[in-house]
Ligand binder design. Structure first.
Ligand code: IMP
Length: 427
């Protein structure tokens, strides 16, 4: 619901209990999902969170861009923890992130200079650009030597010229690249299928399928803080095109929102705090990127952002995360509107200069710091035991957005979660 990093890893892992299938449908290895299972902390970038749940089928849909090298490392890492990757399926239509995409990502960022997007450097933008300009290589292509060679021989010279025009050197032998890609084809051969058919078969059988988003609404290429966005659609609408399922198949949408706001990389962030409070959120919330290790920019909760996300995603419920990070704060601010050039604005603007000049208008809510008891322990006893001010904070958000929060997370552990869902998965 914000700029990513809301704690989706924990929530998707939590929701994956009882799911038969977990599907990634957009983004690539730019994502970072941290999952805590007992004492183990598992960071996933490309593989769906379902991979840590035995018996769950994990699918990487056609809308994802796949770096085969990163995927290999991630698979090896999981195998080292004693997990199986038997249940992984990869779309034959997913685009492949190639070495020149990563070179181009860096070269374009350097060319933008101070106006850089602050990308993760994983080749995401250039790979999606190639997809759109019909110069991509698909996972299924890695299984067809003749076709693959033909594609690489056509595309590679264009990429070389482009990289050279940005003043950078790039030399890769087409035959070596073909050889490398065919080797990945050999490794993933058994897993590459038409995943849309598989997913739709599961839908017909009435199985429980969890579609796992990556990044966040404000990074959405169409609806985010353009040009400071990622290169895919990160809203719920992308499930359909990125997994090959019809809109009518989606029954519930869970909007994951953090109790405050963070952002990694450059771009507008109206409620960003450049003071001591920002540092408190950074350290209490351990706000360091899973993918790049960068410090996240931190700020108060922004209802203008959440209203935008609610309108675009249509959440049927909310999961509010990291409420425990606000435990030691006397008075909590919530942004309810912006002042843009003297005008009160309640909807997120579309132009970057307007976003940059938006000044937050805050309301202040009483925190729950005065409670002497361990608030996490209280929450573990259920919603009734939760500090009143914490409940008020949640109600305030629910009322503004018109959506109920039925998952409330107050810690990293699976059992530090209040679950008020009326209809859970039926196993
Ligand atoms: P790219 O996706 O690597 O092209 O980066 C574009 C922007 O999206 C940068 O500001 C990144 O920091 C941001 N970004 C990409 N993936 C994530 C994510 O999973 N969480 C948060 N920010 C992300």
């Amino acid at each position: 619901m914000q700029w990513g990093d809301e704690g989706k890893g924990k929530i998707t892992d939590y929701l994956a209990e009882g799911a038969d299938m977990v599907v990634r449908y957009q983004g690539g290895a730019n994502a970072g999902h941290t999952i805590k299972v007992g004492d183990e902390v598992i960071a996933l970038h490309l593989l769906p969170s379902g991979m840590v749940r035995p018996g769950v089928i994990s699918v990487i849909g056609n809308g994802v861009v796949i770096d085969p090298e990163t995927m290999k490392k991630e698979i090896e890492g999981l195998v080292r923890t004693g997990r199986s990757v038997e249940n992984l399926r990869i779309s034959d239509r997913a685009n492949v992130v190639l070495p020149y995409h990563k070179v181009l990502d860096g070269a374009e960022e350097r060319a933008r200079g101070k106006k850089g997007v602050g990308t993760t450097g994983r080749g995401i933008g250039p790979c999606y650009s190639d997809k759109m300009s019909r110069s991509g290589i698909l996972m299924g292509d890695l299984l067809d030597e003749e076709y693959l060679r033909d594609r690489i021989e056509t595309i590679l010279p264009m990429k070389k010229r482009l990289i050279n025009s940005l003043g950078e050197e790039f030399d890769i032998n087409p035959e070596e690249l073909v050889k490398e890609l065919l080797e990945y084809g050999r490794i993933y051969r058994d897993k590459i299928i038409d995943t849309s058919i598989l997913i739709n078969d599961y839908i017909k059988k009435g199985e429980n399928i969890l579609f796992e988003g990556a990044q966040g609404t404000m990074l959405d290429i169409d609806n985010g803080t353009y040009p400071y966005v990622t290169s895919s659609n990160c809203t719920s609408a992308a499930i359909c095109s990125g997994a090959g399922v019809p809109p009518s198949a989606i029954e519930q949408v869970v909007g994951v929102a953090k109790a405050y706001t963070t952002r990694v990389g450059a771009g507008p962030f109206p409620t960003e705090l450049h003071n001591e409070m920002g540092k408190i959120l950074l350290h209490q919330g351990e706000e360091f990127g899973t993918t790049t290790g960068r410090e996240r920019r931190c700020g108060w909760l922004d209802l203008v952002v959440l209203r935008h996300a609610t309108r675009l995603n249509g959440p049927t419920s909310l999961a509010i995360t990291k409420l425990d990070v606000l435990n030691d704060i006397d008075s909590i601010k919530v942004c309810v509107a912006y002042d843009i050039d003297g005008e009160r604005v309640e909807h997120f603007p579309g132009s970057a200069p307007k976003m940059e000049s938006a000044k937050p208008i805050y309301e202040e809510l009483k925190g729950w710091k005065s409670w002497s008891e361990d608030t996490v322990e209280l929450c573990q006893q259920g919603i009734e035991a939760m500090p009143r001010e914490m409940r008020d904070y949640i109600s305030y958000i629910e009322k503004d957005l018109g959506v109920k929060a039925d998952i409330i997370s107050v810690g990293k552990e699976r059992d530090e979660t209040i679950d008020l869902r009326p209809d859970r998965w039926s196993a």
